[in-house]
Every structure is written in C-alpha cells, then in structure tokens.
Design a protein around this ligand. Structure first.
Ligand SMILES: [Zn+2]
Length: 1095
C-alpha cells in the first residue's frame, strides 16, 4: 500500500466496504464486531433516572376468546366522520380525498439510482442565463404608494379575493380533505396579515429605524386585496414598482461586486401589467416602455437602469407592475445549479466548500469532511468575530442528519474497531480522533484540533510520520482520512456498563369503536402479518434481531402472550390505567419467526374480538407508559407504534379535554394552541428517553385530537407522527400502508446521545429537532432514523482565526438494530473570514430557510405569531441591508441588491411567512398547524425546500417520449396554461391540475373520459391505461412519491372547480387567501425595509 499517495480516491481500509443496503433491508453497513472495555464517554449521561415500577395489581386475566370489552356509552362521533371537515351536507365533490401532511424524503432526490442527473433544460423562465455574476442586483424603483393605488386585482376571475371572502370560501370546500379539518364554527381569521408593519420584536436586536414604518406621503388607502388588514398606507401591498436586473460580474470575485451594477442602462427592463394593472411604476428616468416578459437576459447584462441617487419622494405614477419574470426565480437557480454542479462528484477534501444545492443530484466523495447529506450549513465561511456576525445577522447553523440514508453508489461509513481500548479521544474535550488532529513529536503525541490540548498517543496507536508530518497510515485509517466513520463502542459507552440487548417493537392498537368502524384495525392486523417479515436487519443477518409485542386498548389495555409454545395467544387485561404495569414478561416480546403461528392467530382474532365494541373512549398516556414499562422490564430500547383515533377523554393520567379555540388565532393566546395542555406528557417523555423508548404515532382523527399534546412524546423521543384525518379504508389505505411499511422498515439508531463539539471560538448554543435535552450540550434521542435532522446553532465565544478555520464534530452514540453499540462521527471544517463579503458568498439559502423556519416554528410556542413573522422579516432585511451597506458598491438606494447566494431569500422567506403555521387559512385546523409545526422541526434541507416552495411540473409540454422529469415552472397561477396539465408536489401533497382547455385527446388518454366536464374532480387514482401519456404521468407520480419519505396522495383538480382553492394554496408566488403577500409584493416590501435600515 502506497502510504504516500496524496489523495487516494477511496482509502483502502483493509476492511470490506460495507454496502449500504437499499431501503428495504435496512441495516447499518458495518460488520458485527467484538468489542470490549474502557474509555470514558464524556457525552453520555450515565445512569438513567430510575423508574418505579408499579406493583402488579388489578390484573384480570382472561382467555383470548373472552370477547369484547364492556361497551360503554357510545358517542359515535363518527357519524359524520368522513366529511367532517367542511360541514356536512356540503360534500359536493365526490370522494373524500384526504391529503395528509407527509414528511419529506430523507435525502436527496436520488431518483433513479446513479442516474446521471435529470438535467432539466434551462427553464421556461426568462430569468436569463445563469448570472455569471457573483451578485445579482435587483433594482426596485422607489416603491411608493400613491393614493390612487388600485388594489391588486385578482387574475382572471379565479380570484384571490380579499380575506373577507374567506368565511364563505371555507364553508364551501368539498371534502377534499386537504387537511382533513373539521367544521370549526368560528369565522376564519381575517386579520393575520398585519404582520408586515414594521413591528419589531424584541428578541432580535432590531435597529431602531426598522421599528417605525413611514407611510408614504400620500397616505394611500390600504390594499385590501393584498394582505387584508394590512398596515395603513404601507408601501408593501401597494403598487410595487420595481425593476429587476442582474449584474454580470466575474464569478468568484471579491468585494466590489456592486461595481457592475451601474453598468450602462440596457434595454428597458421588462415590465408589463398583464393582470395587475393596479401596480404603479415609479420612474426614475430610465425605464423604458412597458413590454412583455423578456425571454432571456443575455450574459452581458442588459436591463440595468441607472437609478437616480435618491429614492425620491413618493409620486403617483402610471400603473405598471414589476415583471415577475425579472425577479430572481427559484426555478432558474435550481436549474443553473443542476447544470453547473450536477455532473461532477462533490469532493469533500477542501475546507469551506459550498456544496451543490439540495435540488441537484450529485455524488459525494468523502475526503476528509462530512458529506452534505449529513451536514449542511447556513454558511461555510464564518465571520471571525461576533461583532461581524451580529452585524450580518446571518444565523450560523448546521442542519445535521447523522444517520442519513445514502444513494447506493455511496458507501456507508466504515466501522472502526479499536478493540478494548475503544475510540481514541482528546483527554480534555473528549473529541474523537479525526483527520484534523495534529500529530507531533515524531508521532508520539497529538494536538487536539478542538481545544489544543496535547495528548499522548497510546503505544498501540503509535505510527511514524512522513516528511510532511502526516502519519504514514493516515489513508489506512478512516478516522484519519475521512469526514464520516463509526467506532465500535466499548462497554463503557453502554448503560449500566452492560452491552445492550437487541431492541424491540411494540404495536399498540386502539380498538375503540372509531378504529373498528373504519376498518382500520382489520386493515392494520392484516398488514402486520406480512410486514413483520421486514423488520430492520443488520448487514447480512438472515433475520431481524428485533423482538415484537402487541397491545390493544380503549379505556383499558390488553396485553398478549404470544409465546411460541402456546397454541393460542393469551390476553391479559389491565384496567387500572392509573397505575400502569406490565402483567407479563415471558411471552410478551418474542421473535417473529419463532412465534409466527401464535402471532398470526392473534392478528386474525383481534378484529373479531372487538368487532362489536361500543366503547368510544380511549386512554393515551397509560398506553405509552405500558410500552415503556415493557421495554424496561425487558431491559432493552425500542419503539412503540401507536395507532390512535381520538382525544383521550377516559379517566386516566394524561386525560385531555377539547380546548381547541379558533378565536385565539391572532391573539396573544394563540401560542397556547401549540403548547401541550398538560405537563404530564413531558414527564412521560422524559421517562421514555431514559429507557430508549421511541414513540411513533399514527393518528386517525375524526375531529380535534389535540395533536399539540399527543405529539409531545413522539417529538421528545425522536419519533414520527402521521395523521390521517377522516380515515376511510377505501380512500386512505394506500397512503397509510405505504407510510407504515416504510416506517417499520426504517433503520433506527436507539437510545442515542448526540454531541456537537466545536473548535475554540464558537460553540453550539441552540438545538432544534425531535429530541430531549436534560442539559445544555447533550441531545438525547430515544430513537433516531435516517430522515430526521438535528439543527444546531452556533455563537461566538471568542475570536476565530482565518488560518485555522472552524471545526465541527458531531458524535452520535447509539444502539444499532442488532443491538450493537456504536459511535458515528461526522467532521466538518469551515472557513473563517474577516470580510463580510466572504460570508455572503458562501451562504446556503436553502439551509438558512430551514433554520429560520424552525426558529419561527418554535417561536410560536412563546410569542404571538405576528411577532414571530415580524422577527423573520426584520432579520431578513437586516441580512440584506448589511450586504448592501458593506459588500455592494455604492449605488442608489433605489436599487435592491441581493447577494448571489441569497437572491432567493425573499421568495423563500415569504413562503415561510405565509405557511399554515404562521398565517393559517380558514380551512387549516389547529391540529393541522400543530402537526406541520412538529414535522418541520426535524425536516432536512431538501424537505423544507420543496415544502415551502412546491414543485410545479407541466406534463404535456415536453415530448411524450422524454423520460426525464419535465422542467418545473414557478409556483404561480400565471404560469398555468389552461391547455395543459400540471403536477404539483410539496413532499406532503400531490395535485394533478387539469386546464379547462386541455385537448380532448389528452383527457381521453389520461382519464378515459371524453371531455373535461366528465373528469371527476377530487379523483385520487388515475385509471391504468395503455397509452404513452397515461404511462408517463403515472410513472412520474410514482417517481415523485419515491423521492419523498411520506406517501403523497393524489388529488385531481379541475380548473375553475371548487377544489382549485386547495390547489391554489400552494401557488406560493401569488397572494394567498389567508392574506400572505405575493412574491412581487414581498420583494417590494423587503426593499422598503432595507432602505429604512440604510437610511
Ligand atoms: Zn480537545
């Protein structure tokens, strides 16, 4: 082995490279290995808080056939269940097609294996060829509102009415069940939109000038159609006038990028007012006549008008409007990145490299830094001082997905076994050996790259150094040459100094009236019979090491003995739910293969046993308690799969009441809707975490179930929540079963602790995600799967050094599916800068948005939603104003200048601001909001990207034989042609929109009906037809679903149909029904905010 090779393509680590299994056989790649003794593990929190097991009492044993539990008063809340959402009797549109919020794909849209990136042709957006420039300048002329401002009119009759129309609109939705919400009685909130007034929240230091918003001199009228009760005379909703342009500048050029900005005024910028005649254009002299969308900006940048030096006083001008084609386009940015960076592998050897966008397919070669699939940062170049960081207001954060799934072409991390001595660590800060550690004194010592402590190299680890000071075995050891790898943990890393037992799965099934009536229980039991053969397995193991157990419940719990020696399963009822305990140990958790016959018999019997139940009340906390106790008794970690239907109102710990109240929306008490109504679940979650008990919750509500409270335990234990409102087997089984299969087969790390160490100068100060923390540094995860991220924010505690940069090391200690204790290490080196321009050049907007959304979604727990929105707007304005002031060359204040890397920040941030959590429409229920809130908390960057800015794909424009995904178009109604068909997806929802003038042949090919009018609105399945178009569209739908971590149910929407309202909710560049601003308007508003800050 050539020890001196400089950059080995793949380090020859003398151990077989673990193959990362495809999704179906989940396993970690490493080899099973023997392990042994001592090393202290700083991060791990030793003994778990003891749990007092309740003495057995109140057990009543009954034979399996003991029939249904006592029926109690049946309240049958489900009578109207299926169509609960929009009021009974208002079911105009056929089947209830409930679209659920689904979490996004764990990782990149790898799509086809190794497929050479679907490079979509540069899109329809005339946004122009990729600005080679390092900076985009978008100039928005003074956005003054004149008194004459006409409300921005809706386009073509498919109106976005003023918010006041919400009430009626909400009542008239068919039960498309987009959110599966229920009638709420209360009028929809109308006033959510006031947010744009420059109300500063105290949390983030806002410059004083930002807090006062100067209305235009003209004091024009409000823009009712804009954001409803907007602010008085605010420029925002008004006639946004602007003039975009893009400056070409040498790509990596340093600072004075602004210089190009003032290039010779090119051809007149595009500005047309096709649909919103009310917009006015303030002319600073260099605008040309209005004209249609410009097809393409050449590289030599044409349309840069030179603005006067002053924003100029407000003056009414002829109505014109900002050309949407000329403002930064997400589609174009995504496309450019795919074209520029999708062809070469991303090699991680260089510090501070910004990876390709999450929307680009690319392969990663680990040469010393963790793959962007594991860690993405808001910036790869950190300001050296906290003063600089404060000035820029760019959050410094990393979105970490420690167990990310990888595409088949990339190897999962090598497993390093250091035998009895365990992983080598710094004695002081406990950082793990990594490529950045410096070996000195001929290899006898090493200096820690995190804390600078000098450590002795243990004799067994000694190795000579080469002439460059590098260990000669550097490339033979993953921990010395790779960004990511695993260590086998010794017994010191295990609870109670004992190697763990394999984990267990416990299926806990609600068998109350609701669950039985909908057919859920029968469906689930049937599915489990086969699904149990696909439990996660380690590497090459023949069968899963995971044991399984079964509980059913309503007001009481039924445990089942499924010991292999039994002829029939035995049921044990625990009715004392106040003092939960596990009535049996032996025979409760079993190996699937050994007990197959008994398990099958049980799953056959459960639906029959409860078929006639009239029990409608359920308990919830005792169920989790029971599962946790069972794991504790078996001395193992594991996961509970709870299938639950209703608000737990039965007398028991964790009993809840219906406290939903839409009147609280837009009040200071709105935050209570997101908070749990009792602290009991937090306490319970803490016990679960201590036991390594992760909880996945499948909800099937017909009405309010208080997701905010029920999701506390899943959230704090690293679990997942799925919600199927108004569940009906015929409509929803595909989605439910698909999610269930995936969830059960997921690779999970159990009983995990994660710590992020940093080099001197910065430290992790804040964490977001699904986990529990009992101190300020250790992220405790009862379970962690390959879809979940932990977001970490960093702050300075000292000055950083440009030369040495900044280092992160994420260490995750966990128990594998086979019960092996391991440490997964990810390292990442970042650059540090003394020039703000370097920060702005190395930012990643998608990650920024991921962080900002999580920050805001947590903020609503404690602050009024409006204040949270204002904080986001202010921060965004500060970020951009700082750039404008420090990095762009002097230019007119009339110009909005955006850093190249952040040119999409306004459009994406606007999507966050008008999301259901921060600005709910009338059809969005409290449960929906709580659900989405917790989903976003652990989303990765790819998931938040498509969630906030959905993909809209035209289907008939590209050649029928084309096998690649059609190029997306911007999410705006303007982009829809009524002669075409589109798919829209955001990772949770999937729509097929059919234009009213679509060719008859197309209609026939796709729907097998002869005319548009015969297409059934709300359809959720396309007929399987043997023609190229049908195959192509169905294939595309399958492919989109495969890219996402939750099944997206299809809803067919016809143009001008009532269901279209639901669809339009996702056209995020447009004004929203709930009062959210259009992209154009928001950009104008942002410009105004920035100018305020600069003046
Ligand atoms: Zn150290």
């Amino acid at each position: 082995m050539n020890v001196n090779q400089s950059v080995p393509p793949v380090p020859p680590f003398g151990q077989p490279q673990p193959v990362y299994p495809a999704y179906h056989q989940s396993s970690y790649g490493g080899q099973p290995g023997s392990t042994a003794p001592p090393t202290p593990y700083g991060a791990y929190n030793g003994p778990v808080p003891g749990y007092q097991q309740a003495p057995p009492q109140g057990v009543s044993r009954a034979p399996t056939s003991s029939g249904a539990p006592p029926a109690s008063t049946a309240q049958a809340p489900c009578g109207q269940a299926a169509y609960g959402q929009f009021g009974q009797g208002d079911v105009q549109n056929g089947p209830s097609s409930t679209v659920q919020m689904q979490r996004l794909p764990g990782s990149q849209p790898f799509g086809s294996p190794l497929a050479p990136v679907v490079s979509q042709p540069a899109v329809l957006q005339p946004y122009g060829s990729p600005p080679t420039s390092a900076q985009v300048t978008t100039q928005l002329a003074g956005m003054q509102i004149s008194g004459a401002v006409a409300p921005a009119p809706p386009s073509s009759g498919l109106s976005y009415g003023p918010p006041t129309s919400l009430a009626s609109a909400s009542g008239s939705f068919p039960n498309s069940g987009l959110y599966g919400s229920y009638p709420q009685g209360q009028a929809p909130p109308v006033g959510q939109a006031q947010g744009y007034l420059g109300v500063q929240t105290p949390q983030r230091s806002a410059p004083s000038q930002a807090s006062s918003f100067t209305p235009p001199a003209s004091g024009g009228p409000r823009m009712p159609s804009m954001t409803g009760p907007l602010l008085p005379g605010q420029g925002f909703g008004g006639p946004s006038v602007s003039q975009p342009n893009h400056v070409s500048s040498p790509p990596p050029q340093a600072l004075p990028p602004g210089t190009q900005m003032t290039g010779p005024p090119g051809p007149p910028p595009p500005m047309h007012s096709p649909q919103q005649p009310g917009y006015q254009l303030q002319q600073n002299g260099s605008f040309g006549p209005a004209r249609g969308p410009q097809p393409n900006y050449g590289s030599p940048y044409p349309g840069v008008p030179t603005f006067g030096s002053q924003p100029g006083p407000p003056q009414p001008l002829p109505p014109k409007r900002l050309d949407p084609d000329a403002i930064p386009s997400p589609i174009q940015v995504i496309e450019d990145d795919r074209n520029n960076r999708g062809t070469e592998p991303f090699v991680t050897g260089v510090r501070g490299q910004v990876p390709p966008l999450v929307t680009t397919n690319f392969l990663v070669k680990d040469q010393g830094n963790a793959s962007p699939r594991y860690i993405r940062c808001t910036s790869y170049n950190i300001p050296c001082t906290s003063d600089m960081a404060k000035q820029a207001q760019v959050p410094l954060a990393a979105v970490i997905k420690p167990l990310a799934r990888l595409p088949p072409e990339e190897a999962s991390p090598y497993v390093v076994d250091h035998g009895e001595s365990g992983p080598l660590r710094c004695n002081r800060c406990k950082a793990y050996m990594c490529p950045f550690m410096q070996f000195i004194e001929g290899g006898r010592r090493f200096q820690c790259c995190f804390c600078s402590c000098i450590n002795d190299v243990p004799p067994q680890y000694f190795q000579h150094l080469d002439h460059t000071g590098k260990r000669v075995d550097a490339y033979d050891r993953p921990e010395l040459s790779l960004g990511s790898y695993e260590f086998l943990a010794t017994v010191d890393y295990c609870k109670n100094n004992k190697f763990p037992s394999p984990p267990a799965f416990i299926f806990m099934i609600d068998v109350s009236y609701n669950a039985i009536r909908t057919g859920l229980v029968r469906l689930l039991c049937e599915e489990l019979k086969s699904l149990l053969d696909f439990l996660p397995r380690e590497g090459g193991a023949e069968e899963s090491a995971i044991r399984v157990g079964f509980v059913t419940y309503n007001k009481v719990l039924h445990f089942y003995n499924v010991k292999s020696s039994l002829a029939q399963p035995q049921m044990m009822v625990v009715s004392d739910v106040a003092d939960m305990f596990v009535p049996l140990l032996d025979g409760f958790l079993v190996n699937v293969n050994e007990s197959r016959a008994v398990i099958t018999s049980l799953l056959d019997q459960i639906p029959e046993m409860f078929a006639d139940t009239r029990e409608t009340e359920t308990v919830f906390a005792p169920v989790i308690q029971a599962g946790m106790e069972a794991l504790k008794a078996a001395e193992c970690a594991g996961k509970l799969f709870l299938f639950h239907t209703s608000l737990p109102i039965a007398e028991a710990p964790g009993k809840l009441k219906n406290r939903d109240d839409r009147k609280l929306i837009n009040t200071d008490k709105e935050k209570t809707l997101f908070q749990p109504q009792t602290g009991a679940y937090q306490t319970l979650a803490k016990e679960c975490v201590a036991q390594g008990c992760c909880v996945d919750l499948f909800l099937f509500p017909n009405q309010y179930v208080d997701v905010a409270t029920l999701s506390v335990v899943p959230q704090l234990t690293g679990g997942s929540v799925y919600k199927y409102a108004c569940f009906q087997v015929e409509n929803d089984q595909e989605r439910f079963l698909s999610d269930l299969r995936r969830d059960v087969q997921k690779v999970v790390g159990f009983d995990a602790v994660m710590r992020v160490r940093t080099s001197t100068g910065i430290r992790a100060v804040d964490f977001f995600g699904a986990f529990y923390m009992s101190n300020t540094t250790d992220v405790e995860l009862a379970g962690l799967d390959g879809d979940k991220t932990v977001t970490v924010e960093f702050k300075h505690d000292d000055r950083l050094n440009e030369e040495s940069g900044a280092l992160l090391q994420c260490a995750l200690l966990y128990t594998s599916c086979a019960g092996q204790r391991r440490l997964r290490i990810h390292n990442l080196a970042l650059n540090c800068c003394t020039q703000l321009a370097d920060l702005y050049r190395n930012c990643e907007t998608d990650t920024l948005i991921n962080y900002m959304a999580k920050f805001a979604y947590r903020g609503v727990l404690n602050s009024p939603v409006k204040a949270v929105r204002d904080t986001l707007i202010t921060q965004c304005a500060q970020i951009l104003a700082c750039y404008r002031k420090n990095c762009a060359s002097p230019s007119s204040a009339g110009q909005l200048i955006l850093p190249e890397c952040m040119k999409l920040l306004p459009v994406y941030l606007n999507c966050v601001l008008k999301s259901d959590v921060l600005q709910p429409g009338a059809e969005v229920t409290t449960d929906d909001r709580a659900y989405v809130r917790q989903l976003v908390t652990s989303m990765d960057v790819a998931e938040t990207n498509v969630f906030f800015y959905p993909r809209l794909l035209p289907l008939t424009k590209s050649p029928i034989e084309s096998t690649t995904e059609p190029p997306a178009v911007r999410a705006s109604e303007e982009r829809l042609s009524n002669g075409d068909i589109y798919l829209l997806e955001n990772g949770l929802n999937l729509f097929l929109w059919v234009g009213a003038s679509v060719q008859q042949g197309v209609v026939q090919s796709l729907f097998s009906v002869s005319s548009f009018s015969q297409i059934i609105s709300g359809l959720s399945v396309l007929p399987v037809l043997d023609n190229p178009l049908s195959k192509k569209v169905r294939g595309l739908i399958d492919s989109l679903r495969a890219q996402r971590s939750r099944y997206m149910k299809l809803i067919v929407v016809k143009q001008e149909d009532k269901l279209e309202m639901l669809f339009k909710h996702f056209l995020v560049e447009d004004k929203s029904l709930s009062g959210g601003a259009s992209y154009v308007d928001f950009l104008c508003h942002m410009h105004k905010e920035i100018r305020q800050l600069l003046s």
